[in-house]
Design a protein around this ligand. Structure first.
Ligand code: SAH
Length: 393
């Protein structure tokens, strides 16, 4: 029923190990299929290994969503609904509750659904389709989300210069019922206003939820810098932890305005908080403030493998400046969300920054992404967020 993609002899190993990506160099015979079609992946002996979305222009020519030796048909809804239901069960027990109603429901390869992201904000799902084939299962996806009681589904295109997957869906609400484009969510009992349409990613950096909660424990009586603050996630938690002063720095005026609004939403207009619209590299270099706690959560500096050396210099420079500026006994929360910089490399970069700054530094916590961003063990590329909490003497 599905066209066959045949692998070269000896090039089936990673697929047998359930790695979901078929690279162009491993293919002996391309299927006569269109971009986005589901294709059957077979080894050189024609043995069926599974199914994936065909993407002929991409270096990752097929992204597999099912590993099986059985012939299967994916045209009906139940297959997709079951995957969504399983994803929901994992979150239901561990993430959502009376204090948290924003979470990632579908995390692409991490939920065996390559190319599909769905973040839930109260009863709104913000969906991103990242590969062509996922457009074709959109109706099943929608009915699966609705079956969970999600009322509104907003489809959000990914706009980024390097993104070339030819997904052509429009931005907007898909269901008859439209919700507002702004929604207030709760995370660990704190409130955040989210701009679904204009916000980065799906509107909020849900992946820092646990790490923000940890920050709360370190801020009582402290002066805190939240660098790359975006909508103020870490700032609000720092204040909830009774920080005496919090500065939020972001280069985007829109971000600092939303950050101010989020602080006011939780603590009123008189909170011990100030937003600064500035470049964090400049700000850190020139500030004369003495901070006890610093958070560095920059955007991904390495968007691809080629960018790694420059990105590494960026991370090193940033961390070294923080090490030089932080007060003795200070705590530094430092992150990287570059997929191409793994946790060992990140740790080496921070090590060399600490060495150059000449401070004694100890690791208190090693952080990563939360359970609603699970990492498929066969797809280590899915582990993108890493962080270190450091004690700086
Ligand atoms: N910590 C945030 C997420 C940070 S996203 C949270 O928990 O929600 C990265 C942010 O860095 C974006 O808001 C972006 O506007 C900002 N940014 C990018 N480059 C910057 C720079 N050079 N200086 C300051 N902010 C920058």
């Amino acid at each position: 029923m599905y066209k066959n993609l045949i692998l070269k002899s000896g090039r089936d190993r990673s697929i047998l190990n359930r790695h979901p990506w078929v690279f162009s160099g491993a293919i002996k015979t391309m299927p006569s299929a269109e971009n986005g079609d589901i294709v059957a992946v077979r080894d050189n002996q024609q043995t069926l290994l599974g199914y994936g979305y065909f993407s002929p222009q991409s270096q990752i020519t097929c992204r597999m969503f099912e590993f099986t030796s059985q012939e299967m048909d994916f045209s009906a809804a139940p297959y997709w609904h079951q995957k969504i239901e399983k994803a929901y069960q994992l979150r239901k027990s561990l993430v959502t509750g009376p204090h948290t109603n924003a979470y990632r429901l579908l995390h692409a390869e991490g939920d065996f659904l390559p190319g599909i992201i769905a973040d839930i904000y109260t009863d709104i799902a913000v969906v991103q389709l990242l590969i062509k084939g996922t457009e074709k299962v959109l109706l099943h996806l929608m009915s699966g989300l609705q079956a969970l009681g999600i009322k509104h589904i907003y489809l959000k295109n990914k706009h980024s210069p390097g993104f070339r997957e030819e997904v052509v869906t429009p931005n907007g609400f898909l269901t008859g019922e439209e919700a507002g484009l702004h929604v207030v969510i709760q995370e660990n009992g704190l409130q955040f206003s989210i701009d679904i349409e204009k916000g980065q990613k799906t509107g909020f950096f849900i992946d820092q939820r646990d790490n923000r909660d940890l920050l709360r424990k370190y801020t009582a009586g402290k002066r805190v810098l939240n660098a790359f603050s975006y909508t103020g996630g870490f700032s609000v938690y720092a204040l909830a932890g009774r920080a005496t002063l919090v500065h939020s720095v972001d280069i985007s005026k829109d971000a600092t305005s939303i950050c101010d609004a989020n602080v006011a939403l939780n603590f009123g207009p008189a909170a011990a908080h100030q937003s600064i619209t500035a470049d964090c590299f400049d700000y850190l270099r020139h500030t004369t403030e003495a901070y006890d706690v610093m958070v560095l959560d920059p955007p991904a500096f390495a968007k691809n493998a080629k960018a790694v050396p420059n990105a590494a210099r960026g991370y090193k420079d940033l961390n070294m400046t923080a090490f030089k500026k932080i007060r003795p006994g200070g705590i530094l929360f430092t992150f990287s969300c570059s997929q191409n910089i793994d946790k060992d490399l990140f740790r080496k970069i921070v090590f060399s920054a600490a060495a150059d700054a000449g401070r004694n530094v100890r690791i208190l916590h090693q952080l990563t992404q939360p359970v609603d961003h699970p990492v498929n063990i066969f797809h280590p590329e899915g582990e993108y967020l890493k962080g270190l909490v450091l004690h700086v003497e």
